[in-house]
Design a protein around this ligand. Structure first.
Ligand SMILES: [Mg+2]
Ligand SMILES: [Zn+2]
Length: 194
C-alpha cells in the first residue's frame, strides 16, 4: 500500500479558467511542477480528481477533457514533474443539459467516489494520503475518504459551494490552508517527518 496526494485540477494544478475546453487554455502556475517533483520523490502517488461539468453541459466531450489532461500532464513533465499516476474525472451534473450525464453519481465531489475508486485501482492507503483542493467541496470529498486535506487559495476557495445533492457539512475543516500547491507540498512532507 502506498500513500497518495489527490489533486484537484482547476485552481490547483492549472489556472482556473472559466469553462476550460481547449488544451491551449492550460496554464501551469509557478511552483506546481516543483511541488509535484518533491511529492513524487517522497514516494507519493499523484492522482488527479476533477469534476468536469463542462461535459454535462455539452460544451466538450469526455475525449476533449482527456486531451486537455494529457496536454497538462506533458506540460508538467516538461517542467520537471513526474508523470501523474492517475487522472479521474466526473463528467456528471445533477442538472446536466445532456440527459446521459444527468446522474446523481457518487463521483462528483463533495462525494468521495473518485478517491475511493483510485484507492482501489492503485492500492492506496487513504489514512496516509492527502487531498489538495481550492474549494470546500474538494475538502469534503477528501475528508470523507479519510484523507488529510489542504485548501489552497490559488483558485475558487472563496466561491460559494458548487451545486450538489450532498449537504454541505460545516463540521469539516481543512487540516491546513495555504497560498498554493508548493506550500501544500511542504506542509505534507513535514507531516510525514512527524
Ligand atoms: Mg478547483
Ligand atoms: Zn460523476
Amino acid at each position: 500500500m502506498k500513500a497518495a496526494v489527490f489533486l484537484d485540477r482547476d485552481g490547483v494544478l492549472i489556472e482556473d479558467v472559466h469553462l476550460l475546453t481547449r488544451p491551449e487554455q492550460v496554464v501551469i502556475p509557478s511552483g506546481v511542477s516543483a511541488a509535484l517533483r518533491a511529492l513524487g520523490a517522497a514516494g507519493f502517488k499523484l492522482v488527479v480528481v476533477s469534476n468536469q461539468p463542462v461535459v454535462a453541459r455539452g460544451l466538450v466531450s469526455e475525449l476533449d477533457v482527456r486531451a486537455v489532461n494529457i496536454h497538462m500532464d506533458s506540460l508538467l513533465q516538461r517542467a520537471g514533474a513526474p508523470p501523474l499516476d492517475g487522472i479521474y474525472v466526473c463528467p456528471h451534473h445533477p442538472n446536466a443539459t445532456l440527459p446521459a450525464y444527468r446522474v446523481d453519481c457518487d463521483c462528483r465531489k463533495p462525494r468521495p467516489g473518485m478517491i475511493l475508486q483510485a484507492a482501489q485501482d492503485h492500492q492506496i492507503a487513504l489514512q496516509q494520503s492527502f487531498l489538495v483542493g481550492d474549494r470546500f467541496t474538494d475538502i469534503m470529498a477528501g475528508a470523507k475518504a479519510g484523507c488529510r486535506t489542504v485548501l489552497v487559495q490559488t483558485g475558487q476557495h472563496a466561491a460559494p459551494p458548487i451545486e450538489s445533492p450532498e449537504a454541505i457539512d460545516r463540521s469539516i475543516a481543512p487540516d491546513f490552508v495555504c497560498e498554493g500547491l508548493l506550500g501544500a507540498s511542504e506542509w505534507i512532507l513535514n507531516q510525514c517527518k512527524m
